[in-house]
Write a protein that binds this ligand. Structure first.
Ligand code: AMP
Length: 403
């Protein structure tokens, strides 16, 4: 693994540390549904505080429209949760970009970074302002490391010192070790709703895996590309052509893509929708595919049990609704039963793993979704690349100081 500056390398007395966390937790009715991403950061926050620094935390939540305050995506529930867990008040700061007044030994949480214009396009001026808030910038948000944005990338260019937090370092170590020489056959399962961000990644995965199981909106896009009626199901019309190309490419790479043979549909996307199991060639115009069916589950089970390495990102169906949760549930159980080395990642995948209580039988659970997939692809993650650059500059500075 490359050299990065760690918190343990730094003098933290009387400093202001700006730390980028990933508190993009699953929410339900404006409450935190699952708080692993918060609790995982507590020991680092305590460590920095005890070493004598003030802490400013940045994070995003959801996908709000940029440049506008939207209460739905406010980090207020996170500030409350942090205050409870740490036993001290962690105020939420709405106007933070131009400076924050803080007392000694304080932790503050900045309001959703995505409310700031310039966050998404890595704006230079916003990045400089963020860097001005601190003496030390720490990135501990592996799940956003594939994005070059102001709070994950730009700020690290301008902060005096930019370091990697322990969660990020642990992720890099574990994934590097797990993926160095994966045992074959390798099976990847890619599901979920973020079709556009995941579909292009599949192109690279074909070259590395023996079987690719698709679920959710991604499977729907492939079913459409294969000529099936998919009714009102979630899919990405602009990507059907790419899916067609990927199907052909997979054939060339000897990678099988077992598309669903049956599915569970509803007529409306809600908790009370009536579930109907249907063969894949009998979908009606008003149907919404929300899960894979029992025959598909059986087939997938057989594939999973023969695998030696399993990589999983994204649920097979709308597992939040009980009647559409069976595919994801049986997939989770099959992975847990298999003897393969299994790696799973992504916010909703973690939520599914926890819902079906299989944490203990998954070999490694990554906090990253997109970042995890891009790492798998062999891409250099921009937020890591900039921390490496900062580490080289820091090492040169330390050396000069020693002379
Ligand atoms: P992702 O963040 O891309 O992993 O997507 C996770 C979300 O995909 C979950 O909230 C699921 O409810 C949703 N999902 C899975 N399958 C479907 C489907 N067939 N139609 C709509 N949403 C789905």
């Amino acid at each position: 693994m490359s050299i990065l500056v760690k918190i343990a390398d730094l003098d933290l007395s009387n400093k202001t540390v700006l730390i980028r966390e990933d508190y993009n937790v699953p929410m339900k009715n404006s409450e935190i549904a699952e708080d692993t991403r918060i609790t995982a950061t507590l020991s680092t926050l305590k460590q920095i505080l005890e070493a004598g620094s003030k802490i400013i935390i940045m994070s995003h939540l959801g996908r709000p429209e940029e440049g506008r305050h939207d209460e739905t995506f406010s980090l207020m529930p996170i500030a409350k949760s942090l205050s409870d867990h740490l036993g001290m008040e962690v105020p939420l700061i709405k106007d933070w970009v131009n400076g924050i007044e803080m007392s000694q030994h304080q932790i503050v949480l900045c309001e959703n970074v995505r409310f700031e214009k310039g966050e998404l396009n890595n704006d230079d001026e916003l990045s400089r302002k963020m860097a001005k808030l601190c003496q030390i910038y720490v990135n501990d948000a592996f799940a956003t490391a594939h994005r070059a944005q102001a709070s994950t990338h730009g700020v690290a260019k301008y902060a005096s010192i930019s370091a990697a937090g322990p969660l990020l370092i642990n992720e890099l170590k574990a994934l590097t070790k797990a993926l160095r020489k994966p045992a074959k056959p390798i099976v990847a399962i890619i599901g979920g709703a973020k079709v556009s961000t995941k579909l292009t990644i599949l192109e690279k995965l074909f070259e590395k895996v023996d079987k690719l199981i698709l679920g959710g909106g991604i499977a729907n896009t492939f079913l459409k590309a294969a000529g099936y009626e998919i009714g009102k199901s979630l899919y990405e019309p602009n990507l059907v052509k790419i899916a067609e190309k990927l199907i052909r490419q997979a054939e060339k790479n000897n990678c099988a893509i077992p598309l669903p043979v049956d599915v569970v549909t509803g007529e409306n996307f809600d908790e009370n929708a009536i579930a109907k199991t249907t063969s894949i060639n009998k979908i009606k115009k008003n149907d919404i595919i929300m899960d894979v069916g029992p025959k598909t589950i059986k087939q997938l089970n057989e594939i999973i049990l023969k695998a030696k390495t399993i990589v999983w990102n994204g649920p097979l169906g709308v597992f939040e609704f009980k009647q559409f949760s069976q595919g994801t549930k049986y997939l989770a159980k099959a992975i847990a039963t298999s003897n393969a080395y299994s790696i799973a990642g992504g916010g909703d995948t973690i939520a599914a793993i926890s819902k079906f209580k299989v944490e203990k039988n998954i070999s490694y659970i990554s906090t990253g979704g997109g970042a995890f997939l891009e790492f798998l692809e062999g891409k250099k993650l921009p937020a890591i690349a900039i921390l490496e650059e900062a580490a080289r500059a820091w090492a040169a500075m330390e050396k000069a100081r020693e002379l």
